[in-house]
Design a protein around this ligand. Structure first.
Ligand SMILES: [Fe+2]
Length: 345
């Protein structure tokens, strides 16, 4: 047992002794698990320190350390990719070895993906958006490849393709999507998969899977994609995986869309797209695994109330069964309620 200041207290700690008010009233008994609410009240009552049990303190500490580590690793990867993309813009060639190493590092996130998802719910967009997007798509693609049971070498190759998928944007000069609203820019932007493909073909020895994955990541199963409008099984499976990762990351980012759409709306969108535009197996796998992660999380609804995610409706993963106060609400039936934001996972 150790004594710690209330300012250092975190949810998850277990109280080692009763917390008693100055006039002898037991505010919280020994063994109570500390929550955010409790910390708030302790602060209100001017309690300065409390006793906590070592074991739980250790678990919380380990969790916090891992979170910090994952965040550091993520920022480092973003930095590496920014150097690579900026290098390309100023006429440098791709350093194959470096890209391979970064892709290998991205695979680490698939082990700690709980922390990666948590980090993503807290991430703020900034000018690094294209770099962040490249990393995120690299990680989602690696995760998808893992969930689809590919060997490590393929997982790494798919991650690498995700990492490189948008580098053609450096050549189409529309890497800042916020300024690419005009028709002309839109047309130019549609060339970025082909530009990326050409860079890979001319500058690297990466195999055809990688090049095809980059070329076809905006192709859609029904033939409505670009640049060639190919459909169904003519789309390389690398590209079908990148497409799901790409759509999801764009839907959950601020800059690429006008407003932040949130994870659940992104899932609903993926679900719709899985019927005609995206590969159904790839998108279902992604939605199901992602939703399992959000079971038990606290979410904010469009009527401002807070709810807990209880169970996933497999045929409509973006609209789960939730609990609002003591009432269960099935969002599949209550269509007017939407989940706006994830508050805590
Ligand atoms: Fe793209």
């Amino acid at each position: 047992m150790k004594k710690i200041k209330v300012t250092e207290l975190e949810p998850g700690y277990k109280l080692g002794k009763d917390v008693v008010s100055p006039d002898g009233l037991v505010l919280y008994p020994k063994d109570n698990i500390v929550t955010e609410k409790i910390i708030e009240y302790l602060d209100k009552w001017h309690v300065e320190s409390v006793y906590v049990k070592d074991e739980e303190a250790e678990v919380v500490q380990t969790r916090r350390d891992t979170e910090k580590l994952v965040k550091e690793k993520y920022n480092k990867s973003v930095e590496k990719v920014s150097k690579m993309i900026e290098g390309l813009e100023s006429g440098e060639t791709i350093y194959e070895q470096e890209v391979k190493e970064t892709a290998k590092e991205l695979m680490d996130f698939t082990e700690d993906y709980y922390y990666f998802f948590k980090l993503l719910t807290q991430l703020e967009d900034d000018d690094n958006r294209l770099f962040q997007h490249s990393i995120n798509v690299g990680i989602y693609s690696s995760l998808l490849a893992r969930w689809l049971d590919f060997d490590d070498s393929v997982v790494q190759e798919i991650g690498l393709t995700g990492l490189l998928h948008d580098m053609g944007r450096t050549m189409t000069k529309s890497n800042d999507q916020a300024t690419s609203q005009s028709k002309e820019n839109e047309e130019l932007d549609k060339e970025h998969p082909r530009k990326g493909f050409e860079i890979i073909k001319s500058q690297t020895k990466f195999n055809d899977n990688v090049a095809k994955g980059v070329l076809q990541h905006h192709e859609r199963m029904n033939g409505e994609g670009y640049p060639d409008g190919v459909k169904g099984s003519s789309i390389h499976f690398f590209a079908r995986i990148i497409a799901v990762a790409d759509v999801f990351d764009q839907m959950t980012s601020v800059k690429f869309e006008r407003e932040k759409k949130g994870v659940f709306k992104a899932i609903e969108h993926l679900n719709k797209e899985s019927f005609n535009r995206l590969d159904p197996l790839v998108s279902r796998t992604f939605m199901n695994r992602l939703m399992d992660f959000f079971i038990g999380s606290k979410v904010l609804l469009n009527d401002e109330s807070i709810a807990e995610v209880i169970m996933v409706n497999r045929d409509e993963p973006g609209r789960p069964l939730i609990k609002v106060r003591d009432e269960f609400v099935d969002l599949k039936k209550n269509r007017e309620i939407t989940i706006e934001k994830v508050l805590d996972v």
